[in-house]
Design a protein. Structure first.
Length: 190
């Protein structure tokens, strides 16, 4: 759960609550049964994304893409590749992959939170790819004064710490001018 929380914090431009040891994540993935469960593997992929471990994510995506289990091939592989694309600064590619995934994202397992993380990642990628209107439309049905508003309005930036490469998520966010979410006169600008 720490990885999920940390990824969501990064998506809204906040510092992670605690870092993960990359060697430990790699050990967990390499251990017998390390990718047995799609939900468990997804959370390990989020931990890799928080650490901006693009190469590890790409390796995991390739491994999942050749897995004989359909959920690993058809759902986990594109999600992990999208995380790799985001950490590598390719938000359009990530947004396109997550859009193509559609309702299949429910096969990631877990509860609503995991599906929301995939949706939030897609929204952040859309914003960074220059499509904030589509991101707002995606999140509109669940927008409130909570996390989603922060996702749509924050400027995200990575700060190097301890020599680690950081994810920079908000470079393309057009913060200097408001964007209307619901239409003129609704007061719902960001």
């Amino acid at each position: 759960m720490r990885a999920a929380t940390n990824w969501r914090l990064l998506l809204i431009g906040q510092e992670p609550a605690g870092r993960s040891d990359l060697d430990h994540i790699r050990e967990l993935l390499a251990a017998p049964g390390g990718t047995a469960e799609i939900f468990h593997t997804f959370n390990l992929a989020l931990a890799l994304a928080v650490e901006a471990a693009t190469e590890d994510l790409e390796t995991l995506a390739r491994r999942a893409a050749t897995d004989p289990r359909p959920d690993h091939r058809e759902v986990l592989a594109p999600v992990v590749q999208a995380l790799a694309d985001i950490t590598a600064g390719r938000p359009r590619k990530a947004a396109d992959a997550l859009t193509a995934l559609g309702e299949s994202a429910t096969r990631i397992g877990g509860v609503r939170v995991e599906r929301e993380i995939i949706q939030d990642t897609r929204a952040r990628a859309l914003v960074d790819a220059g499509d904030p209107t589509q991101a707002a439309d995606l999140l509109h049905h669940r927008t409130s004064t909570r996390y989603e508003d922060l996702l749509l309005t924050s400027r995200c930036s990575g700060r190097g710490r301890g020599g680690r490469r950081e994810v920079t998520l908000g470079r393309a966010l057009p913060i200097n001018r408001p964007h209307v979410i619901d239409g003129p006169g609704t007061g719902r600008e960001w």
